[in-house]
Design a protein around this ligand. Structure first.
Ligand SMILES: [Zn+2]
Length: 146
């Protein structure tokens, strides 16, 4: 992945058990065991942003940082596409059709219901429904080695 890539990314996150986490200004959020998708945009350095998401130790800034700081939450897959920020919310709406929104999560600066969705059904069953061929996909271990 080139350092100059700008784009929109989707993190597929596995929550291995039910847990509650403090999520900044949102307060306590209850996460149910399951698979979530989170949509974000990096219009500067996409690779650096994704690597940041994959590191546990960091200062918490975005809502997603609070979720991923929990030991029961793990990024299991990363999708990204080279595109402008305007696509971010369109992709969020598309993912929302297949998921249950965690209300107000990750969407402080837009009018979406959420940028984090719990998938209905399994990741494998919804994967092909949600993502089309314009997306690249990587496993977190490959990204961290790059
Ligand atoms: Zn949005």
């Amino acid at each position: 992945m080139s350092k100059t890539i700008k784009g929109v990314y989707v993190l597929v996150i596995s929550a291995t058990r039910d847990f509650r986490a403090s999520v900044g200004a949102l307060g306590k959020v209850h996460f149910r065991k399951g698979v979530y998708t989170y949509i974000g945009s990096a219009q500067n350095n996409l690779e650096k942003r994704i690597k940041r998401h994959l590191r546990k130790a960091k200062r918490k800034f975005w809502h997603i940082d609070y979720l991923l700081a929990n030991n029961s939450a793990k990024v299991v897959r990363v999708f990204y596409v080279q595109t402008g920020k305007t696509e971010e919310c369109k992709i969020a709406r598309k993912l929302g059709k297949n998921g249950i929104p965690v209300v107000n999560f990750g969407c402080s600066d837009c009018r979406c219901a959420s940028h984090l969705f719990m998938l209905k059904g399994s990741y494998d069953s919804s994967n092909s429904l949600v993502f089309d061929s314009e997306f690249y996909t990587l496993s977190p271990s490959i990204i961290m080695k790059a």
